[in-house]
Design a protein around this ligand. Structure first.
Ligand SMILES: NC(=O)c1ccc[n+]([C@@H]2O[C@H](COP(=O)([O-])OP(=O)(O)OC[C@H]3O[C@@H](n4cnc5c(N)ncnc54)[C@H](O)[C@@H]3O)[C@@H](O)[C@H]2O)c1
Length: 309
C-alpha cells in the first residue's frame, strides 16, 4: 500500500481498527502496544487472515515506534478504561500520562501525520495530544461525533424500519453525557426526522444515543464498545487518506467558532488530506445553544482538572 497508518493501543478498539483498515486495503498498518507479544500476535493473526479476506495490506505489530516512522495517520487508542473504585480523575491522570508519552514518540517520527484521538476522556485527551505534539490544530482530531451519530442513525433506522444508508444525523458537543444530538439536522432520505416521528419517540432515541456507550458497557460488563468506535475512526482515516473531504462531526480545536475559544468540541468539519480543512458553522436554535454550552462547560472543567495534574 502507498499509505501507512499507525494504531497505538492494540486492545479492542485498536485491533479492530487495524482489521478494518487492512481489509479495506486503505493502507499498511503498524500496531503498537506496551504489552509484549500482543501487537505482534494480533498483527500476525490478521496477516494470516489476508489470503482469505483477499487483501495485500501489510501489518506489523511492535512494542517500539521505529516501524511507525512516516505514518500518514496515527490513531491513538492507548489508555486504560475505568475500573471499579476508580474516579474519573484517576482515569484522566493515567490516560493523560499515556497520551503524553505516546504523542511525544509519534510526533518525533511522523511529524507530518494527522492524529486521530480515541482514548478517553476524549476531549481532554485531544488537548494533551495538541499541546504535546506541537502539531497545527487541523492535524489533531478527536473521534466521538462519528460514533455518536452512527448510534443515533442506527436507532432511527430501527425505529422507522428503513435502511441505515438513507439516514444522516448530527451529534455535536463533547463526548459524554452532555453530547447534543440534533434532530432538526437528522434526516431520512432528506426528510427531517421531526416530520417522521412524534417528539416523544425522538426524545427517547436522543436519550438512548446519549447513553449509547453506557448501554454497551452494562451489557459487556468487562469493557466498552469497540466495533462501532473502530468503524468511526476508520471512516475518518479513509476521508483523510483518500482526500475525500467528507463532512463529519469531530472533536476539533475551536478558536472563536460557535463562540468557543481554545477548546475541543464536537462540530461538523470537512476532513481531507490536510486533516480538518474547514469547520462548518451551522445555525443553532436557542435550546441547542444552551445544550452545547453545557457540553462545553463539562469539557472546560476537565481541561481545568488537567492543568492541576
Ligand atoms: N472516543 C470514543 O468514542 C471511544 C470509544 C470507545 C473507546 N474509547 C476509549 O479508547 C480507549 C481504548 O479502548 P479499548 O476498548 O480498546 O481498551 P483496551 O483496554 O482493550 O485497549 C487499550 C490498549 O492500550 C494499551 N496501552 C496502555 N498504555 C499504553 C502505552 N503507554 N503505549 C501503548 N499502548 C498502551 C493497552 O496495553 C491496551 O492493549 C479507552 O480509553 C476507551 O475509553 C473511546
Amino acid at each position: 500500500m502507498d499509505k501507512k497508518v499507525t494504531v497505538v493501543g492494540a486492545g479492542n478498539v485498536g485491533a479492530t481498527a487495524a482489521q478494518r483498515l487492512a481489509e479495506k486495503e486503505l493502507c499498511d498498518v503498524v500496531l503498537v502496544d506496551i504489552i509484549e507479544g500482543v501487537p505482534q500476535g494480533k498483527a500476525l493473526d490478521l496477516t494470516e487472515a489476508a489470503p482469505i479476506e483477499k487483501h495485500d495490506a501489510h501489518l506489523v505489530g511492535t512494542n517500539d515506534y521505529d516501524a511507525s516512522q512516516g505514518s500518514d495517520v496515527v490513531i491513538i487508542t492507548a489508555g486504560i478504561p475505568r475500573k471499579p473504585g476508580m474516579s474519573r480523575d484517576d482515569l484522566l491522570k493515567t490516560n493523560a500520562g499515556i497520551m503524553k508519552d505516546v504523542t511525544q514518540k509519534i510526533a518525533k517520527l511522523s511529524p507530518e501525520a494527522v492524529l486521530i484521538i480515541v482514548s478517553n476522556p476524549l476531549d481532554a485527551m485531544c488537548h494533551v495530544a495538541l499541546d504535546t505534539s506541537g502539531f497545527s490544530k487541523n492535524k489533531v482530531i478527536g473521534m466521538a461525533g462519528v460514533l455518536d451519530s452512527a448510534r443515533f442513525r442506527s436507532f432511527i433506522a430501527m425505529e422507522l424500519d428503513v435502511s441505515v444508508e438513507n439516514i444522516h444525523a448530527f451529534v455535536l458537543g463533547g463526548h459524554g453525557d452532555t453530547m447534543v444530538p440534533l434532530p432538526r439536522y437528522s434526516t431520512v432520505a432528506g426528510i427531517p426526522i421531526t416530520e417522521l416521528m412524534p417528539q416523544e419517540r425522538i426524545d427517547a432515541l436522543v436519550q438512548r444515543t446519549a447513553n449509547g456507550g453506557a448501554e454497551i458497557v452494562s451489557l459487556l460488563k468487562t469493557g466498552s464498545a469497540y466495533y462501532a468506535p473502530a468503524s468511526a475512526a476508520v471512516e475518518m482515516t479513509e476521508s483523510i487518506l483518500k482526500d475525500r473531504k467528507k463532512i463529519l462531526p469531530c472533536a476539533v480545536y475551536l478558536e472563536g467558532e460557535y463562540g468557543f475559544n481554545n477548546l475541543f468540541i464536537g462540530v461538523p468539519v470537512k476532513l481531507g488530506a490536510n486533516g480538518v480543512e474547514k469547520i462548518i458553522e451551522i445555525s443553532l436554535a436557542e435550546n441547542e445553544k444552551i445544550a452545547l454550552q453545557k457540553s462545553a462547560d463539562a469539557v472546560q472543567k476537565l481541561v481545568e482538572d488537567l492543568k492541576k495534574l
